[in-house]
Design a protein around this ligand. Structure first.
Ligand SMILES: [Fe+2]
Length: 278
């Protein structure tokens, strides 16, 4: 029986027998803007947190927050849980609740406090229903371990995203990049080169050399770590956006593309250059 607590910002709106099972506090090296962006970002759960989630289907989202049907990972991959995250912006806190699943009525309250430009305090409190004190203590310890890992993963994404935002390429006409002789280049692949258009990854796909932007156009996630799959596509580790590295086009039906694709051009002296179509 689903709980009747949609969008509820009060504690324990169904009057369940609740216990505070644990608390977790940390300071992350990211701005509060990055932190709120991460809170609203339901789409990263099965990708960035692939050890904890295998699926996340959005039910509804708005200024109030979001609600989604999630699946666990590993041995819990078949376990569906409806999670709703409701935001109390004025109090700078939010609650994520399980509405359906193995333990409905769990409330995880989190407060975000800006400490500095790139420093935010995160205070989490786990409220669990229907448990004895011993069960709650055990569950609380498990949740603290889980949240430490989730926030480690989130913090790494936020810091990398901030770095990519700060280094945003501005040039509309990127200068060609000298890549050395064609023979040396071919022997050095894969590699990453910096350019006016941002980092570009150079790879060998079959016998051909290819170049593609190494930042995901969605939220600037890193595309340089995974090798292209058998279909010649790379997948962003943050939200799973997938691109064909030859055409730069979307390969997951979500319609994003890598944008203007640089090419490796070899001149008469057998020198290789990274160039952009004019
Ligand atoms: Fe996250």
């Amino acid at each position: 029986m689903p709980l009747r607590q949609t969008n509820a910002l009060s504690e324990n709106p169904n009057g369940l027998p609740m216990r505070v099972a644990g608390r977790y506090t940390r300071v992350i090296g990211a701005s509060i803007a990055r932190a709120w962006e991460n809170v609203r970002d339901w789409e990263h759960l099965p990708w960035l947190h692939a050890d904890s989630f295998s699926d996340c289907r959005l039910d509804e989202e708005g200024d109030w927050g979001w609600r989604a049907v999630t699946k666990g990972a590993g041995t819990a991959a078949a376990q569906e849980t409806v999670i709703e995250l409701a935001i109390d912006a004025a109090a700078s806190r939010y609650v994520s609740r399980t509405l359906e699943g193995s333990l409905p009525g769990v409330e995880i309250w989190t407060r975000l406090t800006k400490l500095d430009t790139h420093e935010t305090r995160v205070e989490v409190e786990f409220h669990l229903p229907h448990l004895t004190e011993a069960q709650a203590d055990k569950a609380g310890a498990g949740l603290v371990r889980l949240y430490t890992k989730l926030w480690d993963e989130d913090e790494a994404m936020m810091i990398a995203r901030q770095k990519a935002l700060d280094a945003r390429a501005t040039s509309r006409n990127p200068a060609p990049v000298a890549l050395g002789t064609a023979r040396d280049l071919s022997a050095s692949l894969p590699r990453l080169v910096e350019s006016d258009a941002g980092p570009i990854r150079l790879i060998k796909l079959g016998d051909e050399m290819r170049a593609y932007p190494a930042r995901c156009p969605h939220l600037k996630g890193p595309l340089q770590f995974a090798e292209p799959d058998a279909a010649g596509c790379v997948t962003c580790p943050w939200h799973g956006y997938r691109f064909d590295v030859t055409s730069g086009l979307s390969a997951d039906g979500r319609g994003l593309s890598l944008g203007v694709m640089p090419k490796i051009s070899i001149d008469e002296q057998q020198e290789a250059w990274l160039v952009w179509p004019q």
